[in-house]
Design a protein. Structure first.
Length: 171
């Protein structure tokens, strides 16, 4: 019973249909690999180039980033100065006290106009020169230590400031 029936082997049709696809995919990848290799090695590929004007601007900007400065704007005379925090619209500073700390890659006159410095009765003092990143670090150190500056500690406790009058926020 049943032994008389001839047994037929079933072929795995899935593996037979995948094999040609794998061979085709491998051939395509090999073709593109050879093509890319030829393009890069025969000099047919050229990296994009900037126009001379754009190249000059880029070089100038990179130099500015490398040659930055951390500065302080100091009160030139005793008097009332604009204040951007602590509930004061103005704040009394003595000559030489810090009104603002900042960082620039453009230098004093690239950052401020002469009439701004004159109208606000402040002078620009470079405190540190270096890369833009180094200058930002120095600025943060100065801002965080401002509450402990002798000029700030000399004020009555209720009049002490958390940062210079013209630095609106801590970043």
């Amino acid at each position: 019973m049943g032994a008389d029936r001839p047994q037929t082997k079933h072929r795995d049709t899935k593996s037979q249909s995948i094999l040609p696809l794998l061979l085709l995919g491998g051939t395509i990848l090999l073709f593109f690999g050879v093509l890319v290799f030829k393009i890069y090695n025969t000099g047919e590929y050229e990296a994009p180039k900037l126009s001379p004007e754009a190249q000059a601007k880029l070089e100038k900007r990179l130099k500015e980033i490398d040659d930055s400065e951390q500065y302080a704007l100091l009160a030139s005379m005793n008097g009332w100065y604009p204040c951007l925090h602590s509930g004061h619209s103005t704040y009394y500073l003595l000559a030489g006290e810090v009104w603002k700390y900042g960082v620039t890659s453009k230098g004093e006159f690239g950052r401020y106009r002469t009439n701004f410095l004159t109208q606000n009765k402040v002078s620009y003092l470079i405190e540190f020169k270096g890369t833009f990143s180094e200058c930002l670090k120095q600025e943060q150190i100065k801002l965080y230590f401002y509450p402990f500056l002798p000029e700030n500690l000399a004020r009555p406790e209720a009049e002490r400031l958390p940062r210079p009058p013209y630095n609106p926020i801590m970043r």
